[in-house]
Design a protein around this ligand. Structure first.
Ligand code: CP
Ligand code: NVA
Length: 333
């Protein structure tokens, strides 16, 4: 798609609905090619700079494997080894990397940083997660729902429970508005997306016909939902001290068997991952001890281990959708 060539993807509103659908279609084609061993290498000789101010498993894996499978290369810059922030401005970093790389991915705290990189770069800049948005994750989530439901996205009902004033909640709301989807947030009001973002989403929804709902009732949120999404209750960069308050607020929104039973028949569970579904991680254990609970925080281990969980398909789809974003923005194909 020529319109995507050279364009940055710093937030969902950078793309039109048609461009979202194009990227999904390209990702489906690329996934088929990868699986059948017939993948054409389109990014031979191309390089991508991957800047990680925050940690990552899936995003880094998706970008690095996508470039390798497409015949290109990638370089990871992390906060311990790069000059960005300490010794070199964001603008200068963008100008330097643009001279050597064909695209730049940024993961970090501030949305302003990724937008400043994009404003000063001559190559596409892709947001690999900020506190405000996680746009590349949206494409993987849309693809996973479409594949699982075997029907158009516009005919689906889905919801998101938990901390909704963070990247995942914000991104779902605005993406659903752009694509005209039926989407509900279930969260305490203090953790809803900020008023300006809700207003922007509602304004877009008026034109696209999206049906957006926000409720404080977890059971109302999951009612008729074919896909129940959640995310960690405390995100990267937040202090440990917020765990107690967050658990108290969000425990009623925990995705457990009972809540899944209130969703549509055969509803699927989704999570961008990593998830605290047991006490086998340092942070998961500490938080569970603090809460005096076991067997999972935002999702219980029985739901996570059940057939309803499609979070690993979702994780795999990060690869195929990332590849589509890279090919479309670098080559305009
Ligand atoms: N879902 C996601 O972005 O995972 P990582 O933090 O591991 O990249
Ligand atoms: N909300 C989470 C998403 C991780 C992919 C975080 O920002 O830590």
């Amino acid at each position: 798609m020529k319109t995507l060539q050279g364009r940055s993807f710093t937030k969902e509103t950078d793309l039109s609905a048609a461009e979202f659908h194009y990227l999904l279609k390209l990702a489906i084609d690329l996934k088929k090619q990868t699986k059948s061993g017939s993948e054409l290498q389109r990014l031979v000789g191309k390089s991508v700079a991957l800047i990680f101010e925050k940690t990552s498993t899936r995003t880094r894996a998706a970008f690095e494997v996508a470039m390798t499978q497409q015949g290109g290369s990638s370089t990871v810059f992390d906060s311990t080894s790069a000059q960005l922030g300490h010794k070199e401005s964001i603008a200068d970093t963008a100008k330097v990397l643009s001279r050597m790389y064909d695209a730049i991915m940024f993961r970090g705290a501030l949305q302003e940083t990724v937008e400043e990189l994009a404003a000063n770069s001559t190559v596409p800049v892709i947001n690999g997660l900020t506190d405000q948005f996680h746009p590349t994750q949206m494409l993987a989530d849309l693809l996973t729902m479409q594949e699982s439901a075997k029907k158009p996205l516009a005919d689906l009902k889905f919801c998101y429970l938990g901390d909704a004033r963070n990247n995942m909640g914000n991104s779902f709301l605005i993406t659903s508005a752009i694509l005209g989807l039926t989407f509900t947030i279930g969260a305490p009001k203090s953790l809803w997306p900020d008023d300006a973002l809700i207003a922007q989403a509602n304004q877009i929804a008026e034109k696209t016909g999206a049906k957006l709902n926000l409720t404080q009732s977890p059971t109302d949120a999951v009612k008729d939902a074919e896909f129940v999404h959640t995310d960690v209750w405390v995100s990267m960069g937040e202090p440990k001290s917020v765990w107690k308050e967050r658990i108290d607020k969000l425990l009623p929104y925990q995705v457990n068997k009972e809540l899944m039973n209130s969703a549509a028949k055969d509803a699927k569970f989704m999570h961008c991952l990593p998830a605290f579904h047991d006490e086998k991680t340092e942070v998961g254990l500490a938080a569970a001890q603090l809460a005096g609970i076991s067997g999972g925080l935002e999702v219980t281990d029985d739901v996570f281990q059940s057939n309803a969980n499609i979070a690993f398909d979702q994780a795999e789809n990060r690869l195929h959708t990332t590849k589509a974003i890279l090919i479309a923005t670098i080559l305009g194909e």
